[in-house]
Design a protein around this ligand. Structure first.
Ligand code: FAD
Length: 538
């Protein structure tokens, strides 16, 4: 196969890729027998009025001698021999009779991919998840969003699929890991659209994710694993030499295990406390807090695509914004932007309001939302390892009170926020947060350094995206759970806790990943480290 990189095609060019490739390589179209899209990105930058382009990486099969063709193009850096297909996980020897099944705590992306990897190698993991299965979880969340009461056991943070289930399902990551192809292939095998294998910014969407996580669960069970819902790890048990030997479940049952993969996410505050009390090495880490902002999707599309906005050939547009304040050294940035999505209530603790964003696969709500976050340094909260949790909780409770004490969220228009007014209801888009909102002054539920930074950043961002700081744009508070406020310290090579061998802290909650893809990769890599230590390659 021949790989062609940086292959630019005008977005509205209707010709078949095969024809364009043949032209590029200087061969007849009927010589091109296969074109496989390896990567596809949109380039909307318009240098000298250039049209919007799709930028492809393609693997192409050509009849006749590919070697000869390659030598013709040897001076062209964008034409080369296609590399071997994706990295393989390897095959390990199965567990011995004396080996106990590993326990995987949490069925978010990290836990799912740790369990799937172990199950494929014959280790029959036992997964324990404090929340409910995805169908019951969906009902619980729908009830909460329609004003029917909040459930601490089953919500946007807790339950099958983890925090990412009710999300935009973006699979982009800054991590560059050879196993990414494997994770994407597993998602596709479980029902995600094939395009995630090649899109530069792949996404699945909440509607599809619900079935995908269910299928991954069924695959783990088919391979001999177990998945137990409404089962919370409430304690860890260790030998006299400090090595892990089991977990306590729901405060009563005991399950013995030689290895425990702890994929608890960033919101399991009671579990963090249990780990701290147990003497597990942890450290505070920086995170970020802020608000969600909503705009008409059209405004974002026009800013990115100009006159081509709205073309069915183009995906709904996204954005990524940053702002740095030299004096304070702090940064503000957009995060987890959800095109065509919805702002959601994402609390996991009674008496707190937390926002986040999600979208369905088609991203067709007509509203764009994104978090606008400001970095919080460890010096901003008490020196205690778990001080970040108390800091988050403080602002979540203030938001709850400001919103009226019934899980409505505090909102404010950008116009009011920037001019010191409050109460305007002249919203550019209907606030999407359910179970409802209350117009207030967001300065009452955010630290001064956050509101100051946002006030400075919004006009700056308006110069990048015209209308971003429109006075009717809706801001909803508070977004506090974008990453973990602490880290469960582990050994770099073995992935095991530095204070309890046999305990594998994984994913976002461990502080070593951020986002669906990187959490999944972390779970997979930790289970491979376990397999390397406990069996031999065959
Ligand atoms: P989680 O997904 O948080 O899973 C942890 C699981 O552990 C939970 O199900 C929890 O119930 C369970 N658990 C906790 N404690 C215990 C215990 N003691 N015993 C048993 N079970 C326990 N990321 C993206 O990359 N793209 C997105 O588009 C995106 N959108 C998001 C939208 C929303 C609304 C939210 C909340 C998050 C979003 N994220 C997104 C972030 C992403 O979901 C997380 O980074 C990812 O889910 C982390 O995976 P994880 O497996 O480490 O933890």
């Amino acid at each position: 196969m021949i790989r062609i990189a940086n292959f630019n095609v005008n977005f509205d060019d209707a010709r078949e890729l095969k024809v364009l490739v043949a032209e590029r390589l200087g061969v007849a179209a009927d010589m091109v027998s296969l074109v496989k899209v390896v990567r596809k990105a949109v380039d909307a930058r318009r240098f000298h009025g250039a049209p919007i382009r799709f930028v492809y990486m393609l693997d192409v099969a050509v009849q006749g001698s590919e070697k000869k063709l390659l030598s013709r193009w040897k001076k062209d850096r964008n034409v080369s021999e296609a590399p071997e297909a994706m990295a393989s996980l390897g095959q390990f020897s199965p567990p011995g009779r004396e080996d106990k099944p590993p326990v995987v705590v949490g069925f978010g992306p990290a836990g799912m991919f740790a369990a799937l990897t172990l199950a494929r190698q014959g280790w029959q993991p036992v997964v324990v998840e404090r929340g409910r299965d995805v169908d019951r979880r969906h009902e619980d969340i729908a009830r909460f969003w329609s004003g029917g009461g909040f459930d601490e056991k089953s919500n946007v943070q807790f339950g099958e699929g983890g925090a990412g289930t009710f999300s935009d399902g973006k699979l982009t990551t800054r991590v560059n890991d050879p196993l990414m192809g494997q994770v994407l292939a597993d998602f596709v095998a479980a029902g995600a659209p094939e395009e995630i294998l090649y899109l530069h910014k792949p996404h699945i969407g909440t509607d599809m994710l619900r079935q995908v996580v269910k299928n991954i669960r069924q695959e783990i069970i088919r391979l001999g694993g177990q998945v137990r819902f409404e089962t919370q790890v409430t304690g860890l048990e260790a030998d006299s030499d400090g090595r892990l030997r089991g977990v306590q479940l729901n405060g009563q049952e005991r399950l013995s295990a030689g290895a425990v993969f702890l994929g608890i996410g960033h919101s399991a505050r009671d579990t963090y406390q249990m780990l701290f009390d147990r003497g597990i090495a942890m450290e505070a880490k920086p995170f970020a807090i802020g608000v969600r902002i909503e705009h008409p999707q059209e405004l974002i599309d026009v800013s990115q695509y100009g006159q081509d906005a709205g073309s069915p050939l183009l995906p709904v547009a996204d954005y990524a914004l940053t702002y740095n304040d030299r004096a304070s050294g702090r940064g503000a940035y957009s995060f987890c932007m959800c095109p065509g999505g919805q702002v959601v209530a994402a609390a996991s603790e009674a008496g707190g309001v937390v926002t986040n964003g999600m979208s369905n696969y088609r991203r067709d709500s007509g509203v764009a939302n994104s978090a606008l976050l400001v970095t919080v340094n460890t010096a901003d909260f008490a020196s205690h390892v778990l001080g970040g949790i108390e800091f988050q909780r403080q602002w979540e409770r203030l938001a709850f009170r400001l919103g009226g004490g019934d899980y409505r969220a505090p909102v404010q228009t950008v116009g009011d926020f920037l001019s010191g007014r409050q109460g305007s209801r002249d919203f550019l888009t209907k606030p999407g947060y359910l179970p409802g909102v209350k117009p207030v002054d967001l300065h009452g539920c955010l630290p001064g350094f956050v509101t100051d930074m946002l006030a400075a950043a919004l006009p700056y961002w308006d110069r990048k995206i015209h209308g971003f700081a429109h006075e009717g744009a809706v801001m909803t508070g508070v977004e506090t759970r974008s990453s973990a406020p602490c880290r469960i310290v582990r050994d770099r090579e073995s992935y095991q806790s530095v204070s309890m061998p046999g305990l594998y802290p994984i994913g976002e909650g461990a502080g070593y990943a951020g986002g669906i893809m990187s959490a999944a990769l972390d779970g997979m890599n930790a289970s491979l480290a376990f397999l390397r230590e406990n069996s031999h390659n065959i």
